[in-house]
Design a protein around this ligand. Structure first.
Ligand code: PRX
Length: 665
């Protein structure tokens, strides 16, 4: 697994390769070493140091994790056993008790961090708020009291549907403080999607805002919640943050303003200790069926994974100002805006709005104004910045930056190099972090200062992570061969189950390779042991870094009265990574039209959210099917990409369908 250091150390810049070599070989040979200056100050300054710690973490994992858990977390009651593994169920740090919010807040009080900024917030209109650790603690304590007065008890589910404002962080930590399980619903989801999530986890309380700012417009959050609540009987109360001043309908006895609830609530709160395995949050994500999966994370193992990885991956220093552009509604916002960073006592910069509001240089402006040192963003954003043009970047200094990160999809070597050169000025290492909602924390990454970087490769496993590339039968494939990515051993921040559906949990993740976690991704490992992620091998699309299940889109389309049958597939897209193409057959007697295309796109927007609206709607007289009636997506993918249909079509029931589809637009 060790990279061949001779190859990696030959030159500090990208190696020159002869033209004869193939593109993929060329890609793998490009190596960027972290600068000596970065290495000198790094939390982990050499490949040897990484290797030593990594070997310990996988050879004697229980000892490694015991030490990390004792050193990094504040325990109220020490744990007895590090790991209880009864595949697919893991229990970490059993017998131990702690409070996650205490680990993010109280532990910093009475230290030099007390008056340090925990959050620096900039709203899209330009309003700025700084909240110190001490102030954040007050806010969280107050909300914890409010929760308790409302009758929220440990284990109750609380849904958050909020913009990227400090109240979102306060609400998450207040849930953790009282042992309530939060489920954050991304602000782009529609009323229908909110309703499904509320009903699945039977949420008792919803916290929302009147609205949030996005590209100069108000997203009406409370209105969506109101619609969802017409059919979500478990919800008893709604707390509403005033953000945009948009008029909202408040229902007496159910809805209250955050500010009014606030008044009189004490700002000290004795946090109870909860079991290591107490549920911390549910986060819904797309899978291969129409119903989103409620990924469940628990307390100690998750927090440890988020904290340890934040420290090493972002090379955190006391003086850093860290900006992660992910929304709090995704796992990145959970692990690398809130839990991992605040438990490390870092200063987190939060931005509410769009990267191109008012101009496409908003990020660069903010980085200069706030002295941001670390930027963690997504390839889809990087591609948009590239498209908007270098001039927007070049008018800013960006000299405070010292580290860059990427997450959510494979980053092309071209985008990587642009990011490195234009944003990082050749000086900042880039951490390309591979992980998933389910893994809770970063799993594969070139640790800055210790691992040479190869543009486009997520690189090497993080501590305690044992990734392998295998074939259909679970046999490891030779280096350089594509296969399926599995994680061979349990790790502390792994999901524990799917909320209310343990059977689906076992089937989805641990049945392809019995007892072993299957990621759903295809990947390969190069001769130096570096991992190259290829993408999903299941029916999940990655559109602008958002996970969208094709089955969810199909289920949404099926509820439209004009639709007889629909199939959703992805096609490569320069900006979004993948674009969503749907093939629709209409009910008898109905005719296709541009108006109907628009209507179907809007319908998916209403059923799921604007981020899931199909890019292309194609009407078809019939869909390619096997003789047993299964839609042949492989064929549709090729048609959607404008490629010739190749491969085995012997099971296809009706060949004329393909010709018809190719001629349709
Ligand atoms: O396909 C992989 C891709 O995103 C999927 C996980 O999506 P989600 O649970 O929404 O979490 C995204 C943020 C962690 C993975 O199965 N993915 C994530 N990071 C990378 C990636 N693909 C390539 N390179 C990455 N760095």
């Amino acid at each position: 697994m060790a990279p061949d250091l001779r190859a990696l150390q030959t030159t500090p810049k990208a190696l020159n390769v002869t033209k004869k070599k193939t593109a993929s070989v060329t890609r793998e040979k490009q190596v960027f070493k972290p600068s000596a200056e970065f290495q000198r100050q790094a939390n982990l300054g050499s490949y040897a140091a990484y290797k030593k710690l990594y070997n310990e973490s996988v050879n004697i994992p229980e000892k490694f994790w015991e030490r990390q858990a004792k050193e990094l977390l504040v325990w109220r009651k020490p744990f007895k056993k590090v790991l209880q593994w009864d595949a697919p169920h893991a229990k970490w740090f059993t017998g131990g008790k702690l409070n996650v919010s205490e680990n993010c807040l109280d532990r910093h009080l009475g230290t030099a961090r007390e008056n340090k900024a925990a959050l620096i917030f900039e709203g899209e209109p330009g309003d700025v708020r700084t909240i110190t650790y001490k102030q954040l603690h007050f806010h969280v304590c107050r909300l914890a009291h409010i929760f308790e007065n409302m009758g929220i008890v440990a284990g109750d589910r609380v849904a958050l549907y909020l913009p990227m404002i400090p109240e979102a962080v306060i609400a998450m930590l207040a849930c953790a403080r009282v042992g309530a399980v939060h489920t954050v619903i991304f602000g782009g989801f529609s009323a229908e999607a909110i309703k499904d999530r509320l009903n699945d986890c039977k949420a008792k309380l919803v916290i929302t805002a009147d609205g949030g700012w996005r590209r100069g417009k108000v997203i009406e959050l409370k209105t969506n919640v109101d619609k969802a609540l017409n059919d979500a009987p478990s919800v008893q109360s709604v707390i509403v943050v005033k953000r945009t001043g948009t008029p909202v309908n408040m229902i007496e006895g159910r809805d209250m303003w955050w500010k009014e609830a606030w008044e009189g609530a004490p700002n000290k709160h004795d946090a109870k200790a909860f079991d290591s395995e107490h549920p911390l949050f549910i986060l819904y994500t797309s899978g291969s069926t129409g119903k989103p999966k409620g990924v469940l994370h628990t307390s100690a193992g998750y927090l440890l994974g988020a904290k340890l990885s934040s420290h090493y991956v972002f090379d955190l220093k006391e003086t850093d100002r860290y900006f992660c552009s992910a929304d709090i509604g995704w796992i990145t916002g959970h692990s690398y805006v809130v839990y991992g960073l605040l438990s490390n006592g870092s200063t987190v910069f939060l931005y509410e709005g769009a990267p191109n509001q008012p101009e496409p240089d908003r990020f660069w402006h903010m980085i200069d104004r706030h002295g941001i040192t670390i930027l963690y963003t997504a390839p889809t954003a990087i591609r948009a910045f590239m498209r908007w043009g270098d001039n927007y970047v070049l008018r800013h200094r960006l000299d405070s930056l010292r580290l860059l990160g990427s997450v959510g999809e494979p980053i092309s070597p071209e985008a990587w190099k642009w990011f490195h050169k234009l944003i990082g000025k050749g000086r900042c290492p880039i951490v390309d972090t591979w992980w998933q909602t389910e893994t809770g924390a970063i799993m594969i990454v070139p640790l800055p200062g210790s691992a040479p970087m190869k543009p486009g490769s997520a690189s090497l496993p993080f501590f305690g992570v044992v990734p392998k590339i295998v074939d259909e039968k679970g046999k490891e494939v030779p280096r350089g061969t594509e296969g399926k990515l599995i994680i061979a051993k349990p790790w502390p921040s792994m999901l524990r189950t799917l909320w209310g559906d343990d059977e689906r949990f076992a089937k989805t993740y641990f049945s392809d390779y019995p007892g072993i976690y299957f990621t759903g991704d295809g990947a390969k490992q190069d001769k130096d042991g570096y991992f190259w992620i290829i993408g999903r091998v299941d029916d999940v699309l990655n559109i602008s870094g958002h996970r969208i299940g094709t089955a969810e889109v199909e289920a949404a389309l099926a509820t439209h009265p004009a639709v007889a049958e629909a199939a959703a597939v992805g096609r490569p897209d320069e900006l979004k990574g993948q674009a969503l193409v749907v093939f629709v057959t209409l009910k008898t007697g109905l005719t296709s039209s541009d108006k109907l295309k628009d209507e179907l796109r809007a319908h998916v927007g209403r059923e799921i959210g604007a981020h899931a609206k199909p890019d292309t709607v194609r009407f078809a007289a019939g869909l390619p099917k096997t003789r047993s009636g299964k839609i042949m997506r492989r064929i549709l993918k090729e048609i959607a990409a404008g490629r010739e249909v190749k491969g085995d079509t012997s099971t296809l029931d009706d060949f004329s369908v393909i010709a018809a589809l190719q001629s349709e637009d």
